[in-house]
Write a protein that binds this ligand. Structure first.
Ligand code: ADP
Ligand code: MG
Length: 240
């Protein structure tokens, strides 16, 4: 039996009010199973980032329910949501968002510091994670001494360091050249192969083709689910 790690039930998100109201996500229902590798595509403004931010507990739905790891998130306050994010989710952004004043190692240690992991163990695990993403020689460099691809690797190491149940990436190759994009995508592929559940937003068909399933958004709605290989039970994903 496959295990559901995340489920959106009729989730909507609107911004503004009255004439200025924008329905960014419109009654989105989605089941994410353990081991899924989903690519999210769609025109700019179609609600991809809004949906990802809700999945990442960075934003809350206006209506509907979001269950993460069999836990309803609706009743959680901001602190509880932050704790959930720290323990269960990894998020990778186009712009990396590393802390400039910290080294690669310290950036990767940070989520473990919030989680209360003892400092020697933080160092040990952060070092192993950076070696895993190919940055064993760059542990003590701050972000401005790293290339874009290297910075994104640090961000990925940081995202996986607390062993999240779900790894989210919003256009992670959007700021990278094509060679570096391939390397970063290889890394997502390796993480998926190792068992990580991944949802990734991309504009590039080539990037999306690496995923098992493509979710197409249009006007805030999930318009189509296309399965590329080894068909999972698609219909069950659409069910609320
Ligand atoms: P995508 O990531 O697919 O480009 P977004 O989720 O960023 O789309 O945006 C969906 C819609 O919601 C767009 O019309 C956008 O302008 C609007 N939107 C997103 N975030 C906000 C916000 N914080 N305030 C107001 N409108 C927003
Ligand atoms: Mg976006």
């Amino acid at each position: 039996m496959t295990c559901t790690v995340a489920q959106l039930k009729e989730v909507s998100k609107s911004y503004g009010a009255g004439h200025n109201r924008v329905l960014a996500v419109d009654r989105l229902s989605l089941k994410v199973a353990q081991g899924d590798y989903l690519a999210v595509m769609g025109a700019s403004g179609s609600g991809k980032s809004t949906a990802m931010n809700i999945l990442g507990c960075l934003d809350r739905p206006t209506s509907g329910e979001y269950w993460l790891d069999n836990c309803p998130t609706g009743g959680l306050n901001d602190d509880q949501l932050a704790e959930l994010r720290n323990r269960k989710l990894g998020f990778v952004f186009q712009q990396f968002y590393l802390l400039r004043e910290l080294t690669a190692l310290e950036n990767v240690m940070l989520p473990m510091a919030y989680a209360g992991v003892a400092r020697p163990l933080q160092r040990q695990r952060a070092e192993a994670a950076l070696v895993r993403v190919g940055l064993g020689q760059r542990l003590h460099n701050p972000p401005n001494q790293l290339s874009g691809g290297q910075q994104q690797r640090v961000a990925i190491a940081r995202a996986i360091i607390n062993r999240p149940v779900l790894l989210l990436a919003d256009e992670p190759t959007g700021a990278l050249d094509s060679t570096t994009s391939h390397e970063v995508m290889d890394l997502f592929g390796e993480l998926h192969q190792a068992g990580m559940t991944v949802i990734l937003v991309t504009h590039e068909q080539e990037v999306a083709a690496r995923a098992k399933t493509i979710l197409r958004f249009a006007d805030g709605r999930l318009q189509e689910i296309a399965t590329l290989a080894s068909p999972p039970p698609c219909n069950s994903r659409l069910a609320p």
